[in-house]
Design a protein. Structure first.
Length: 296
């Protein structure tokens, strides 16, 4: 069997922790994925994966093999880039990750537009807020919203991400509308598990305040909190890329409009400039232009 493909399959199973998940992502049967992993273990003369009923994990030999496989796969990708077809058409598959809310609200449409111009290219998008190791998970590009991106990664800014405080008209009618940041402490607030769960920073001109709020309902996804706010669950700190349309049609109202949460930046993150493929470079340039448009 093709040992390069076997290495790719093994690396994917190591990242996903599941033969079934890797089979779906690689568009193979589960039996074929199992055969490739068995080929790797026979070739190296060692058991690489520990299989349980819930998850697949690496053995000590598997961890050593994975490091070498990732190095060899990076070298293979570099060789493929250097001898790419002269027609300049992008081929292969790119693997991306982003938050669920941003992937749903804006990134999916951008990627669809990009693929329309590159019919021989494929994209696999992994959505979630987990801090993946991009090398181990074989992620080409991570789209993340942050004030301080991981210094170990190359960060290319795509756009500014502003946020607003919002609540439903029904909630404000029953609970009252706060007039100062301090009054937020007396309201039901909806907290993001990973961003300012119960401590919100607000600024007005040169003035800054940090408010400690009561968050009886928290979630790790902004879209969940948005729907909770629409249902009258309380006040939520939301990115404008999600909230703007709902503010315009009146289903949400802005709270403390004179006070703004600090803006963050939407970044494209990748491990290294050295092994950046033409497809990733082209996608990066496309996303910079795509998100320069004021869609939110």
């Amino acid at each position: 069997m093709d040992r390069v493909t076997a290495m790719r399959v093994f690396a994917d199973v190591a990242a996903s922790g599941s033969f079934t998940a890797s089979a779906e992502r690689l568009e193979m049967s589960r039996a074929m994925v199992t055969r490739y992993v068995a080929e790797m273990e026979q070739w190296l003369g060692a058991r690489l994966l520990q299989r349980t009923t819930r998850r697949v994990t690496l053995t000590d030999a598997g961890e050593q093999a994975l490091r070498r496989c990732l190095q060899m796969l990076a070298l293979v990708a570099e060789v493929e880039d250097e001898v790419a077809p002269a027609d300049g058409k992008l081929r292969g598959q790119l693997r991306l990750t982003s938050s669920m809310s941003f992937g749903h609200a804006h990134l999916a449409a951008g990627l669809a537009a990009f693929l329309a111009g590159h019919p021989q290219l494929k994209i696999d998008l992994n959505v979630g807020d987990a801090a993946l190791n991009l090398v181990e998970a074989r992620i080409d590009l991570a789209i993340r919203i942050s004030s301080e991106p991981d210094p170990a990664l190359i960060a290319r800014p795509l756009a500014v991400c502003d946020s607003v405080l919002v609540a439903s008209p029904g909630y404000l009618a029953s609970a009252g509308t706060p007039q100062t940041p301090a009054e937020l402490a007396g309201h039901r607030c909806l907290g993001h598990s990973n961003v300012g769960r119960s401590s919100w920073r607000l600024q007005r001109g040169d003035m800054q305040e940090t408010v400690h709020v009561t968050t009886r309902f928290t979630a790790n996804d902004a879209t969940v909190l948005l729907h909770a706010a629409l249902a009258g669950g309380g006040i939520s700190l939301q990115p404008t890329y999600l909230a703007s349309a709902l503010l315009q049609d009146g289903r949400l109202q802005q709270v403390l409009p004179a006070w703004q949460p600090p803006a963050m930046t939407i970044y494209a993150l990748y491990p290294s400039r050295r092994h950046l493929s033409p497809a990733v470079r082209t996608l990066l340039d496309f996303l910079v232009v795509w998100f320069a448009q004021p869609r939110w």
